[in-house]
Design a protein around this ligand. Structure first.
Ligand code: HEC
Length: 128
């Protein structure tokens, strides 16, 4: 019985964060630079150019590396988001895929997990 109550409590505590869903997460973590719909927010770039990346293996790996370790290039510096959970990063990439109407398999938490622990610098993420 105690266990059931504890489970219920955990569920209730978790609900508000969950209810906000991926749109809230996108708004908090990505929109300040890339905009609500990935259109970009000056001086930061829009992400339309990422569309073809969702369709290839190297492209998909690159997208995972970018959200984990960040990206530094001509358009500026993006910090990495390794502090987010595998589930959250997969959901954010799937949200971006939907915003861009890109085709491809949805990202799974395992896709994120297997690229962790490489400690890459944002200027060391080569774009395929
Ligand atoms: C502080 C601003 C900032 C935030 C916050 C940010 N980005 Fe970025 N992002 C950038 C910049 C700047 C670049 C381009 C860097 C370069 O010149 O290569 C970039 C590049 C990217 C790229 C690669 C695009 C391509 O075509 O190669 C993806 C994908 C991306 N961001 C997704 C995200 C996602 C998803 C989030 C939220 C988890 C996010 N970004 C948060 C600034 C940001």
């Amino acid at each position: 019985m105690k266990r059931v109550l504890l489970l219920l409590l955990l569920l209730l505590l978790g609900l508000p964060a969950f209810a906000q869903g991926v749109e809230g997460l996108w708004a908090r973590t990505c929109a300040q630079c890339h905009g609500d719909r990935a259109q970009g927010a000056k001086p930061y770039p829009g992400l339309q150019g990422a569309l073809p990346l969702f369709a290839t293996l190297e492209g998909r790996r690159y997208l995972v590396l970018v959200v984990l370790y960040g990206k530094k290039g001509e358009a500026g510096l993006m910090p990495g988001f390794a502090q987010l959970k595998d589930e959250e990063l997969a959901a954010l990439l799937n949200h971006l895929m939907a915003l861009l109407k890109a085709k491809g398999e949805p990202f799974r938490p395992e896709d994120i997990k297997k690229e962790r622990g490489q400690n890459l610098a944002p200027d060391r993420i080569p774009r395929p």
